[in-house]
Design a protein around this ligand. Sequence first.
Ligand code: MN
Length: 227
Amino acid sequence: MSFAIPAPAQTTIPVVGGNPFPVRRIYCVGRNYAAHAREMGHDPDREPPFFFTKPADAIVPTDSVVPYPAATADYHHEIEMVVALSGGGRDIPVEKALELVYGYAVGLDMTRRDIQAQAKKMGRPWDMAKGFDQSAPCAPIVPVAQAGHPAKGPVWLKVNGELRQEGDLSDLIWSVAETISYLSGLVELFPGDLIFTGTPEGVGAVVKGDRLQGHVEGLPDINITIG
Ligand code: MN
């Protein structure tokens, strides 16, 4: 098929021991750890999960220099486990949800916190706070055959070697299966979709030259430098 303009490149993420994973869409869960919900000024009782999105081409590979973004003076890190889907569908029951998972990775939901705060105050969308260029650094994906379905274990982020965020996967308010099930009631899911599962407490600002190292137990770390 020929196109009116050259077709955009397919965004991919490396897979440990396999071919690259083609990214279709990026969904992110908001406030999925109680302590982070509290630090953002919310009651962490199990209100239904809510979602926002990033463009697929916001993905940045590990070991990249990520440019400090435009239009912010409060650029924040959020360390998250990322779920990569090989299956899809609508209204997936919780008991079947993990069958859709191809693998897991460590990602960063980079956020222009000042734009987000303004959007919240004015009742505007979060898109420009969350879905900007290079806002989704992501380490290689580990297939389920090797990673299993991580449900407990440390999640942490260091900036210049200093611990900034620390949590445990067992503290997720909505499990991976529950998140997939709920999201599939809002949109039809497809192979290639990613879900960023939310961040533990300790989010904060980074500046040019900072080195970020993010970790989820059992998965390859994400390492980026702010350029
Ligand atoms: Mn997040």
